[in-house]
Design a protein around this ligand. Structure first.
Ligand SMILES: *[C@@H]1O[C@H](CO)[C@@H](O)[C@H](O)[C@H]1NC(C)=O
Ligand SMILES: *[C@@H]1O[C@H](CO)[C@@H](O)[C@H](O)[C@H]1NC(C)=O
Length: 612
């Protein structure tokens, strides 16, 4: 059956290709069966189909309330109700390049690319819909599923806004009907992961609401937002990392963990601030502001002033004691959210000035201590983000990097525009090129999850140095994981997997939209072909075990929800109309969910341009 299915898809792909060849625009043909709406539906397929291409049409779908009302929890600890959400922003600096229409031949190439990305998404979506509907994730090889994020249909919620952007309106509203029934009063796990729930579920609902304006999505955002808010019912007002589900309902208070990774408490600002903006309820913004004030007050008191250690203690309110510093995994989105909070909250506001100051301080510190130009055989002017340990001897740069760090190039570029700094933009561009370089270097065309490179002599960390075979051999000999068959310049591929991560294409997308330099689109296309090819399975796409092996080696039977929420979305946006999710209208959370930048005197407006 699996084989049949692939052939069927391949046949249709050829047919569709043929049709597209003659059509100037995507008429949304699809190999998917016609959707039939369940008995709970209030919107017949026919009625929906008529309005499907009218972006202003909002089908009549009502949400069922969760079996527990999280807004009714009586908190043992009273939370502060200040600061107040800043007033709407009157002026923001321009972020995106002023694009002119592409020449017809260039536009035709981009259109082909866009449609190819869309077809890969459609295949993953169809399989999720057929085999893992309402489950957290599809297993793309066996066609089974897994619930690892409390069983609230993580992939479904995470994919909502991508469906919208790809113009899959019928599928979008089918998904809205489904999420309308999610019960946040029940969980498949006894504890709920604050971070994942915030970025995937809350972020997913907010973005889908910001794009479509469908009230069901705001209702579900508030339900899961109130669940997360219950995680702040603690003695010192700091959020717990894992919410004990049943205890949280009682309101008797939760115990804050003694040590957590800094990204966990540091990645709530955008979601809670936007939820306050959308609901007019200040409590979310007030709660998260207390957390960020703690980071702010201690930014200059760490072992590497400007940055915070990877591990922090929320129970002790101590964010200074650790010695390991990175902008990669465990810390990443703490940093990501500082410039982005500034973008969301605007620059006239004192708290946003705080986010600007925090952004500049960490960015200058990271430039001076974490980024390096590796020793490579060619002359490419690239930067890689490493790690920094601060022990007795002072800061020591470790040239180890990972796929997760690749978001940083895009973030510097964005900050370059937000804070009017050519230096940040230039550094961001070099960091993004560093990730593209790593992709290109490996035989699959994909970079490993984690790897090491060789440093130049210390005075040349930023300027780079000529290739030195002996020095490289010495650096490689220091690494037990070194393998002889690695691409030149890489001392290890410490973790050689590629698990469908988005961060590299995320930065390429932002650089494209900010600079308008078409070479970024070509880089994106090379990356897409490599990724789509190596990870393809019968049903969808899977993690691969070794980017340094021909074809990527074995595959793992797992497809993270971020594949459709982030990776394919960023690929798609590289080739789509540059007004679709303009960076002047949206700021994206760390799960690639776009939040609308509200302006003073804003009217809710749904762009017709989002049509596929
Ligand atoms: C859902 O909850 C809201 C507020 O808690 C309440 O006003 C409404 O009547 C409830 N709806 C249903 C169908 O129970
Ligand atoms: C951090 O502290 C140092 C030493 O007290 C001071 O010179 C510096 O200006 C401070 N930096 C910031 C950004 O507050």
């Amino acid at each position: 059956m699996a084989r049949l299915r692939t052939r069927h898809i391949a046949l249709c792909a050829i047919l569709i290709l043929g049709i597209y060849f003659f059509l100037p625009r995507d008429n949304a043909p699809s190999y998917l069966p016609h959707f039939s709406y369940g008995p709970s539906s209030r919107t017949g397929t026919h009625a929906l189909a008529q309005h499907m291409n009218d972006p202003a049409h909002i089908p009549d779908i009502t949400a069922s309330n969760s079996s527990f009302d999280w807004s009714s929890v009586k908190f043992t600890y009273s939370l502060p109700q200040t600061p107040l959400l800043p007033p709407p922003v009157a002026h923001r600096p321009r972020i995106q390049h002023r694009f002119k229409p592409d020449r017809a031949d260039v536009a035709a190439v981009q259109e082909q690319r866009r449609l190819k990305v869309k077809r890969v998404f459609q295949k993953s979506w169809a399989s999720y819909r057929a085999m893992a509907w309402m489950k957290d994730a599809l297993k793309p090889i066996s066609g089974k599923y897994v619930d690892q994020f409390s069983g609230w249909a993580a992939t479904l919620v995470d994919s909502l806004d991508t469906l919208w952007m790809l113009g899959m309106r019928e599928e979008f509203y089918e998904a809205v009907e489904a999420v309308a029934a999610i019960d946040f009063g029940k969980s498949t796990s006894a504890t709920v992961n604050t971070f994942e729930t915030c970025i995937r579920y809350l972020g997913g609902f907010i973005a889908a609401y910001d794009l479509s304006g469908h009230p069901v999505l705001l209702q579900k955002a508030v339900e899961v937002g109130d669940l997360l808010y219950a995680g702040f019912n603690t003695q010192n007002g700091m959020p717990v990392d894992f919410i004990d589900f049943e205890t949280a309902k009682e309101g008797t208070g939760l115990r804050v963990e003694s040590q957590v990774v800094s990204a966990s408490p540091g990645t709530i600002t955008l979601e809670f601030s936007r939820l306050s903006q959308l609901t007019g309820n200040n409590k979310y913004y007030a709660a998260v502001s207390q957390v960020m004030d703690l980071f702010h007050e201690n930014q200059n008191a760490t072992r590497l002033p400007g940055m915070w250690p990877m591990m922090v203690s929320m129970s002790e309110k101590d964010v200074t004691f650790g010695y390991q510093f990175t902008i990669g995994g465990n810390a990443d989105s703490l940093y990501e959210y500082l410039p982005k909070a500034h973008a969301l909250l605007g620059s006239a506001d004192p708290s946003s000035k705080k986010y600007e100051a925090m952004s500049r301080f960490f960015m200058d510190t990271a430039m001076n201590n974490l980024f390096f130009r590796p020793m490579i055989p060619g002359r490419e002017d690239i930067l890689i983000s490493g790690n920094c340990d601060v022990l007795q001897g002072g800061p020591r740069l470790d040239p180890e990097s990972e796929h997760l760090s690749c978001f940083i190039g895009g973030l510097y570029a964005l900050a370059g525009r937000l804070f009017n700094s050519d230096e940040y933009l230039d550094v961001g561009s070099k960091l993004a090129r560093g990730c593209a370089y790593a992709y290109k270097s490996f035989p699959t065309g994909i970079m490993p999850e984690r790897y090491n490179m060789a440093l130049c002599p210390v005075e040349n960390h930023r300027r780079g140095c000529a290739w030195d075979e002996a020095a490289f051999a010495e650096a490689a000999a220091d690494r037990p994981q070194h393998k002889i068959d690695l691409p030149k310049g890489f001392t290890t591929a410490k973790d050689p997997r590629y698990i469908l991560r988005p961060e590299a294409i995320e930065s390429i997308f932002i650089l494209w939209r900010i600079t308008g330099d078409p070479s970024w689109r070509d880089t994106a296309w090379d990356m897409f072909q490599a990724v789509a090819g190596a990870t393809d399975t019968v049903y969808a796409n899977a993690a691969i075990m070794d980017v340094n092996a021909p074809g990527g080696g074995e595959k793992e039977d797992y497809m993270e929800s971020f594949w459709m929420a982030e990776t394919l979305k960023y690929f798609y946006l590289c080739f789509a109309d540059t007004d679709l999710i303009s960076l002047d209208e949206f700021v994206l959370n760390t799960e690639a969910h776009p939040f609308r930048l509200s302006k003073a005197k804003q009217s809710f407006e749904i762009k017709g341009k989002d049509r596929s």
